[in-house]
Each structure stands twice: as C-alpha cells, then as structure tokens.
Design a protein around this ligand. Structure first.
Ligand code: ATP
Length: 409
C-alpha cells in the first residue's frame, strides 16, 4: 500500500510540472548565485550602504531603470547582505520596503516604516494602524528607530508615485535635526522615470544629497541565463529545449524585462499543468506570453471606473482601425460618445474625458504628449495605447458592463 492511499482522492498531491514554483514568484529573493550580470550595480549599491555595517549613516541612493531590470532585486539583496555583515559586529540594521504605488501618503509611509522597525518591548511605544496624526506617527517612528535599530534602510519603490516628497526631507534630515540621536537612516529611491529628480521640490532637492545609478535592460542572452538559473523550479526533463530561448526572445522584444521573462516561464508551466501535460513546450510559451501581457494590463486598469474603460475602449477601436497610433483628445471624445451611447452610459463632458486620459497616462496605460514637444496636458494632447490593442480589448471586455460590446462586434 502506498503512503498516499489514505489521502482524499479529490485533491492532487503531486505536481508533475513544478519542483519548486516559488522560485518563479516575483517576490522571491534569489540567492547571489542566481543573480546575473549586475556585479557593477551591486558594487555601487554596496558602496552606498557600506557605512551601515559599522553603524554609520549610509549614503542615500536613487536607482533608475525600466521595469524588470532588477532594481528591487539588487536593492533588497545587497541590503540583506549588509544586515548579515553588520550582525557580526552586533550592529542592528533593519529595512523597510515600501511600494509607493500602494502607499503614497506621508502618514501611511511613516506608519509602515515604524511598524516594520518597531519592537514595542524595546521602544516602549506601539504603532496603531489608525487614529494618529502624521506628527504622532513621526514621533513613534523616531522612537522605534532610536531604540530598535542602529541603521534603518528605507527602500521606496516607485518613488515617483509619492503624493508629497516632504517625507524624503524629514527622513534624510532626521539625524541633523536631532529627531533621532543613536541611529541613522539611509534611503534608496527606485523609479522607472529617469527625470524624477527634476520633479522634486526645491527643499528636497537641496537637502537630499544622493548617488544615482541607472540599470539598463537585459539582452536576450542575459535573460536566457537568468531563466537557466531558475530551471530547477521545474522537474528534470519537463522543459523542452526551445522553451527558455523562446521565452527570453519574447521578453526581449520590447525591452529586456526579467520580470516578464520569469512571468512567461511560470505561466507556461501553469498552462501545461492545467492541460494535464507533463512537458512544457513552445506553444505553452506563446499562450503564456499573451496571458502575461493581459494579466499585467489588467493589473494596471483593475481599479479604473467603467467610464475610464469605455474611453480606453474608444482609443483601442481607433488604434485598430487606423494606421495611426496617436489620436487627439477630440477624436477620442467623438468615438467615446458613440461607445458610451452603445453602453447606455451617461456621456461625460470632453473636459472630464481629457482628465481621465491624463490619469491613465499617469498609470502608464497610455502615453500622452502635447502636439509639439513635452508630456501632454490639455486639449491639444495626443494619446496612444502602450499595449497591443487586441490584448487591451480582451481585458476590457472582461468587465461585464463592457462585454456587450463584444456581442455587438
Ligand atoms: N539580474 C538578475 N538576475 C536574476 N534575476 C533577476 C535579475 N534581474 C531581475 N531578476 C528577476 O526579475 C524579476 C523582476 O525584477 P525586479 O522586481 O528587481 O525588477 P525592477 O527593476 O524592480 O522592476 P519594477 O520597476 O517593475 O519593479 C524578479 O523576479 C527578479 O528576481
């Protein structure tokens, strides 16, 4: 009798495809031996953080680069190594990783850092989820930092999404202004907008001295190497020979994006598994690419109101039916009026449609440019979709209110 005979036959207990799927999770932090082609950047981050090993203040650092170029990975990996190294000398380094896309107000950022760093027994304070004003959260943060750490490293991912950059000034000046006395703070800001520092307020610009570092996209060979080092996520012999090169080539098409490469590989495995197949093939990879792009786009527009989806749908129709890629607000508005009527939606004003287009620009769903030069605002902007229209359409039609458009089409 096998060990599984007494298990409930309703469930599966073996996984014929994956040996360890967690290796392909985006939040998984791979060991240094699995990191490819980033030695120079790792050294630069290590140089900035080096003083922390001795309990001194690290240099602040801004990292720029397109999505999936390893900015978060290298920041977290080097910070982890700093923590381990500092422990040898009984120095306590802690780090808080904040996604400013999700938490963009000063109060929520300060609260989250305090909650991560704080140990109530050591600091004598608690950090409640709600009920305190920003000033009180700062006070508790300073207490937590002083009593629980020697150095706190704050990693602010998507730093360009910050509602107000005052938090940068306060964190970077905390020692100088004697908010904290026994401890120090280092900031790593991550962004895919290289012009982000130009948008900082003058107060922050002058107070936050920092190093800057740019991560370039990977080439297809580097992506192959990154994926090869995660091959053990699958059982031996499951991946056909062409799977990794094809995945890398597809992910390198726009820019060499390791996040996309890993997502496609994982989705290919999941698709094979769902179809009860024990080998992952090129066909699975092609289907996985489409699924990955649709999921990503879905993430971007998930919280958008249905009116915004109707506007995007209008831009998609225009893109599909024309050799042009960019359309002025006015043309999109005319198309939108027709779509809104078909959907039985109230028709918004042109001004409101323009505002929604601007918001979608901010979410990186579309790109808006003024006629002439520069990022676009106002009535004279032109807008274009940043994703393949067939994928956008598919995702938009997942919304039950918009699905009727498919039947009509
Ligand atoms: N050099 C590398 N070696 C191994 N894996 C990598 C490398 N660069 C990135 N990855 C993997 O690719 C995925 C995306 O990386 P990461 O999140 O660091 O990118 P990012 O530049 O911060 O992107 P985003 O701007 O979208 O947050 C992660 O799973 C990460 O482990």
């Amino acid at each position: 009798m096998s060990a599984n005979d007494d298990r409930d036959p309703l469930f599966r207990y073996d996984d014929p495809v994956f040996a360890d799927e967690r290796l392909l999770e985006i939040t998984h932090l791979p060991g240094p031996d699995r990191i490819v082609g980033r030695d120079e950047q790792m050294q630069r981050v290590a140089d900035a953080l080096n003083p922390a090993i001795f309990g001194s203040e690290p240099n602040h650092l801004f990292i720029f680069g397109k999505t999936g170029t390893g900015k978060s990975l290298i920041s977290r990996s080097v910070t982890q190594r700093v923590i381990t190294e500092a422990e040898h000398d009984d120095i306590t380094v802690r780090y808080a990783f904040i996604d400013c896309g999700e938490q963009n107000t000063e109060a929520s950022i300060v609260k989250t850092i305090a909650q991560i760093v704080n140990e109530p027994d050591a600091s004598g304070v608690t950090v409640p989820d709600r009920g305190l004003g920003t000033g009180d959260y700062y006070k508790r943060l300073w207490q937590a930092i002083d009593h629980c750490t020697d150095v706190t490293i704050v990693i602010l991912d998507e730093i360009d999404m910050l509602e107000d950059d005052e938090v940068l000034r306060k964190l970077s000046r905390a020692g100088e202004n004697r908010r904290i006395s026994d401890s120090s703070i280092g900031i790593i800001g991550i962004s895919n907008k290289i012009d982000f520092p130009d948008h900082l307020s003058e107060r922050v610009k002058s107070s936050l001295s920092r190093d800057e570092l740019v991560f370039s996209p990977y080439d297809a060979n580097q992506l192959v190497e990154i994926l090869e080092k995660r091959r053990d996520a699958f059982h031996d012999g499951v991946l056909s020979d062409d799977v990794i090169p094809l995945t890398a080539a597809l992910a390198a098409q726009e820019h060499g994006d390791a996040r996309k490469a890993i997502d496609i590989l994982r989705n290919a495995g999941r698709i094979a598994k769902k179809r009860n197949e024990t080998r992952v093939t090129a066909d699975h990879v092609r289907d996985a690419k489409e699924k990955t792009e649709a999921d990503r786009f879905n993430e971007l527009i998930e919280g958008s109101p249905q009116q915004a989806k109707a506007i995007l749908y209008s831009l998609t129709l225009l893109t599909e039916n024309s050799s042009e890629k960019e359309f002025p607000t006015k043309i999109i508005y005319n198309q939108y009026k027709e779509v809104a009527r078909r959907l039985d939606f109230d028709v918004l004003s042109e001004r409101r449609v323009q505002e929604i287009l601007q918001e979608q620009n901010f979410l990186n769903v579309i790109q808006s440019e003024r006629e002439g030069r520069g990022r676009g605002r106002g009535a004279h902007a032109k807008h274009r979709l940043l994703e393949n229209p067939s994928i956008v359409k598919k995702v938009l039609l997942r919304d039950s209110r918009l699905a009727v458009l498919e039947d009509e089409a």
